[in-house]
Design a protein around this ligand. Sequence first.
Ligand SMILES: Nc1ncnc2c1ncn2[C@@H]1O[C@H](COP(=O)(O)OP(=O)(O)OP(=O)(O)O)[C@@H](O)[C@H]1O
Length: 300
Amino acid sequence: MIEIKSINKAFEGTKILHDISFSVQKASIYGLLGSNGAGKTTLLKTIAGVLKPESGEVSVNAQPVYENIPTKETLFFIPDQPFFFAHYSLTQMARFYQNTYSRWDEDRFQSLSKLFGIDPHKNLHKFSKGVQRQAAFILALATQPNVLILDEPMDGLDPVVRKKAKSVLISEVANRDMTIIISSHNLREVEDICDHIGILHGGEFLLEKELDDLKSGIHKVQLAFKGDIPEQLFSDLDILHNETRGSVSLCIVRGDEQRVRSLIQSYHPVIFDLLPLTLEEIFVYEMEDVGYAIQNIMDQ
Ligand SMILES: Nc1ncnc2c1ncn2[C@@H]1O[C@H](COP(=O)(O)OP(=O)(O)OP(=O)(O)O)[C@@H](O)[C@H]1O
């Protein structure tokens, strides 16, 4: 299990992460979402032991990560721009990692290289951004990490490669109990593979939950009444967003589904539909709730 306890991190006197705490269970996939500049990369680098927090601690299986070589050996961080030594090919980078990571799996390296079809002798810097990401992915998995930390890993990958990468990740979790923390702006992708979600904004968590709990606690409700919408109903519901067109209201409502249903039904609506939200919709409405304009997100 990964424990992130009260992490505070500042750059040049500006606080970037504010008292961040959460835990990630073994063999789960945790999706870190957030607005631009929210602190996702800073948090991932702190978890990976690349950055030292001003206070707080990150531990894996009760062992601190920062400056702890045995623990760091079981963890692999792929930054948004993978690093390769100048002029090195995939094979040369593989030899470097083989000498650095005691759990290097040469068979896994060979089979993943074949799967992704990368020329192992070509200078990695001469590959496109997407192929470089694939190379980093192959090298990371060949070290057999217990924890894989990925900063926007699917950025620049075409749909076929994305599918391959996702299925490799899921099989590593299923077969080896690998734990993944992944940051992304692609909410559909996160929704596909993650079981836990954290939404970061301004260096703090807006919410941090199991994906299923998150989705079962927020609903899209369409409503109409014979006369005006009863004001009392609106004050009894925890409404995140409301649009009324004519006599029909579309509301985004937080709360337990059964409670929301029975409360609304007690007012005898003539139209009543309750639908689940996609992760993208949850993200947009939660961000709107803290004053982050929907337009900013839709433009991405
Ligand atoms: N090395 C650094 N020195 C100074 N400020 C930094 C440094 N790294 C990050 N920051 C600042 O920290 C804040 C959070 O940046 P970070 O890259 O962690 O955000 P992010 O959530 O990953 O953003 P994005 O989604 O745009 O990639 C930003 O304001 C950024 O300018």
